[in-house]
Design a protein around this ligand. Structure first.
Ligand SMILES: *Cc1c(COP(=O)(O)O)cnc(C)c1O
Length: 405
């Protein structure tokens, strides 16, 4: 027996958290360059091509506006451009992120009604339909939902939500937060009849945090015209229909983020978005297969019980008290693998010690995924935690099965 080893964290650290995600070398290299001309030339051209390609990936025949900001900025952009103080809206929530978007709306003076689905499941479309049917005066201006709630790792079926709105014959605008799911999970804005969608650069788009994206369809503009919460900086109209290039950003363009995002979009176009979605679906199944094996001989479970309600971009794993947070710390300290910490369901920033999250979004291949799962396996063994065997084998079997199809 050799001396006790403390840390084997050499080579590259690996971020297995649900954003920011791993940045590809191609994206990093694209950003490593001098400050560009912001008046004409390449930057102006790539901004136009970025918008075109973003809309292609989103399946959006409408427009997209770019803000310098994180996901919270995207939330604010979506709300202030759509609503007036006192407008009533319905938020479907399945975890902390949906609740936080709703809090942002309340803070702006929007009258928020919650359809709170808890922290472990997707929305029940029939329940949504009955809430909307009961609103016979159509006082609800919009239905807002997170696609994947990153805190709980639940994922809503956006088509079912669309159908529920249609079945209730309700004119509410349909608004979606795709921050965790964009370029990870299947989405088609036009086909789903989504009127407003927000995302950000640092998850499926593999670019550093700093770009907030607001996608809008035709019906958005009627709302935008009337919204009295909008201020000049946040105004989507001037950004989306700029007089001059800097109007795209209401000031200095985020030069290097644009270079990075351009390269990330090149990578997504090369892979083909359908393949990107398939890759994420496969990786998610590999993670769930591992969790199931751990659960055979120990206290582990996917937070979301039903596979069709689970995200393909992130998985929250419940553990015995203390195990989740200790495991997160062990993997970080000893192996340089950063797992996601688990956020408590209630408001605030309290962490759960009885869960952890695995981010499996963006620039990820089987060695990275299997490396993460093997690191967890090793950590659990080193910590002497009771668990079932064969987790990594099970994940490998899922991956292998994709080649035998
Ligand atoms: C990450 C995330 C956000 C918040 O993004 P920030 O960049 O941290 O502001 C909002 N919604 C979802 C679904 C997310 O995954």
């Amino acid at each position: 027996m050799t001396a006790t080893i403390t840390s084997l964290a050499h080579g590259r650290d690996h971020l297995a958290i649900p954003g920011p995600s791993v940045m590809p070398d191609r994206v990093l290299r694209a950003m490593h360059r001098p400050a560009p001309n912001i008046y004409q030339g390449e930057l102006v051209d790539i901004t136009a091509s970025i918008k075109t390609d973003l809309n292609t990936i989103a399946g959006n025949s409408g427009e997209v506006g770019i803000y310098i900001g994180n996901g919270h900025a995207a939330w604010e952009a979506s709300l202030v451009n759509t609503f007036s103080r006192g407008d009533k809206v319905l938020f479907i929530t399945n975890g902390r992120f949906g609740l936080a978007w709703a809090d942002a709306a309340s803070g702006l003076g929007i009258d928020v009604q919650l359809l709170d689905c808890g922290h472990t499941q997707a929305v029940d479309a029939a329940q949504l339909e009955s809430v909307l049917t009961a609103d016979d005066t159509h006082s609800i201006k919009a239905v807002l939902t997170v696609h994947t709630d990153t805190a709980s790792s639940s994922s809503n079926d956006l088509k079912r939500i669309r159908n529920a709105i249609d079945n209730a014959k309700h004119p509410a605008l349909y608004m979606v937060d795709s921050i965790a799911s964009f370029a990870c999970e299947a989405f088609h804005m036009d086909e789903l009849g989504v009127d407003v969608m927000v995302t950000a650069s640092q998850k499926g788009l593999m670019t550093p945090p700093g770009l907030a994206l607001l996608f809008v369809g035709k019906r958005f503009w009627d709302y935008q015209e009337k919204a009295n919460l909008v201020t000049p900086y946040w105004n989507a109209r001037t950004r989306i229909f700029p007089d001059m290039f800097p109007d795209n950003f209401n000031g200095t363009p985020p030069t290097h983020h644009l270079f990075g995002l351009r390269e990330a979009l090149n990578m997504l176009m090369e892979e083909g978005i359908d393949n990107t979605w398939r890759r994420h679906a496969l990786f998610a199944q590999a993670v769930w297969a591992a969790v199931e094996k751990w659960s055979d001989g120990g206290d582990f479970a996917c937070n979301v019980d039903k596979p069709d309600m689970r995200s393909h971009a992130v998985t929250m794993v419940k553990t015995a008290p203390d195990v989740g947070l200790r495991l997160q710390q062990w993997c970080n300290e000893h192996y340089g693998v950063v797992l996601g910490v688990a956020l408590a369901p209630e408001p605030g920033r309290r962490l759960l010690n009885s869960a952890f999250r695995i981010g499996h979004m963006g620039h990820l291949n089987p060695p990275m995924l299997l490396g993460t799962l093997s690191t967890i396996e090793t950590g659990l063994q080193a910590m002497n935690i009771d668990k079932g065997t064969g987790a990594v084998d099970a994940a490998a079997a899922v991956l292998a099965s994709a080649h035998n199809a």
